[in-house]
Design a protein around this ligand. Sequence first.
Ligand SMILES: [Zn+2]
Length: 150
Amino acid sequence: MPKDETSTSNYTGPIPDPDILTAKEFWEGTQNQNLVLPKCKSCKEFFFYPRIICPKKGCHKTDIIWEVASGKGYLYTFAIQHVAIDGWKEKLPFVTAFIDTDEKVRMLSVLKNVDASQPQSIIIGSRVEVKFEYVNDDISIPYWEIINDK
Ligand SMILES: [Zn+2]
């Protein structure tokens, strides 16, 4: 949803408290409907979650840049959630998923607009695209949807 004065949120889940030391750029990106990922300037590899040191074996450099990612990837695996606490209860059942992005990072996220009562209809390896749920003027939360794009 575009961020404007008419934006309202139906979001009931927990609201992240962004770590401005390591993830400021990530959350600024989500406000603009962009998936922005950390990338090591030395080994040129993207990584996730955000941190101040490159996690790649043999690298561990601290020169990190941020780039707008494709926002696309593949469904690596998923789980149907039938039990949850707090604001997540209202969304049950919902689907959590590991997404392998085109930048070769794996993200734990939520897969929406799938039928959680029919898990056999959710196909591992499906092409997915990131979307963003507006929470407030500081936070939009990424989630993923299956798309028909090979
Ligand atoms: Zn590196």
